[in-house]
Design a protein around this ligand. Sequence first.
Ligand SMILES: Nc1ccn([C@@H]2O[C@H](COP(=O)(O)OP(=O)(O)OP(=O)(O)O)[C@@H](O)[C@H]2O)c(=O)n1
Ligand SMILES: C[C@](O)(CO)[C@H](O)COP(=O)(O)O
Length: 377
Amino acid sequence: MTDRALILVAAGRGQRAGGELPKQYRDIAGKPLLAWTMDNASQTALFDRIILVVAANDSWAADLPGDAIRVTGGATRTASVRAGLDALRESPPAQVFIHDGARPFIDRDLIQPLIDALTTHDGAVPALAIADALKSDDFTPVDRDRLRRVQTPQAFDYAKIKAAYDALPADASAHDDIAVAREAGLTLAFTPGSERNFKVTWPDDFAKADAMLSPRKLTITGSGFDVHKLEKSEAPLWLCGVEIDSPYTLVGHSDADVGLHAITDALLGAIAQGDIGDHFPPSDPQWKGAASDRFLAHAVTLAREHGATLRHVDLTIICEHPKIKPYRAAMRDRVAAITGLPLGRVSIKATTTETLGFTGRREGIAAQALATVEIKA
Ligand SMILES: Nc1ccn([C@@H]2O[C@H](COP(=O)(O)OP(=O)(O)OP(=O)(O)O)[C@@H](O)[C@H]2O)c(=O)n1
Ligand SMILES: C[C@](O)(CO)[C@H](O)COP(=O)(O)O
């Protein structure tokens, strides 16, 4: 493999991005922006060495993982690149790629065309066409066909770009490395840029990068259905963890809370973990008369152990008796408390069957539920 070094410049202050930390040390999807850039650059497996240019007092740099060679940058990007090039002087690579630490989406698709371009040119830069119409500040149309948005990494024959930088005045501040190379008369090529490869520059860019770097999540909905027999009794009637004032009770091995059972089954369905009877068999005496909130709490824990987070519950109770409306707020509170859901994500509805069927004759209560979970893809 051609001896190829990568210089990551990360000594800027990120003033346009705002915030307390320089932007390259701010957390994005669980790790610092600069750590994403370093990791993605390493994963290309196309560089023999990585030189990381950081500011002298940026103590956050000490926490970055990896075996990049650390170099102290300067007051301008040009000075920082110069420091990176100087660090390679003793053992010069054939090629050097210079990349902004603030562009975390570096990948092989960007780099391979640059490598190819260096077989015929001294330097190369990824570039994008412009989609919007362009105007100058007095509305004069500007011909966009001649313009490009250029990105990094910018790739060079090391000896030639080093000589080009050495020829600059000590206090020079160039637009970028291609500008330095052009000034020195190097031959240059454009290669395909990528919309993904944007530079984190403005405050809104963090949310964009976070969405692109966060693990993808699947949303899965499970359904649950349950019926229990309704009988006249002095025993309590439990629905959704709330005791209902009623001359009836629901009959079952546990407290027969048909609402909590339907939600439990829906959640078990969402994580494909069988049904409530598998986890709490009616044949097992320990569940006799058990309060059903423990069944639902168990399903919530199981979901968490399977990497799933419950996001929403929608329950419909089908009965002629009791009237659900007076108890609905208390039921939603109880289900929210058991599941840890915010109240706004717990829906409890009720319907009759217009006196038809077993629910219409007050022989039983049915309940059906949907439970929605989010899980890492
Ligand atoms: N003295 C500097 C200035 C910039 N950079 C690096 O050059 C890259 C591109 O620069 P830019 O996006 O302009 O970053 P900042 O200079 O940090 O941003 P700002 O201009 O908003 O302060 C960044 O990775 C930045 O850390 C550098 O190494 N040394
Ligand atoms: C090098 C660069 O990223 C190419 O697009 C850009 O010129 C540096 O960013 P800045 O905003 O001009 O500092």
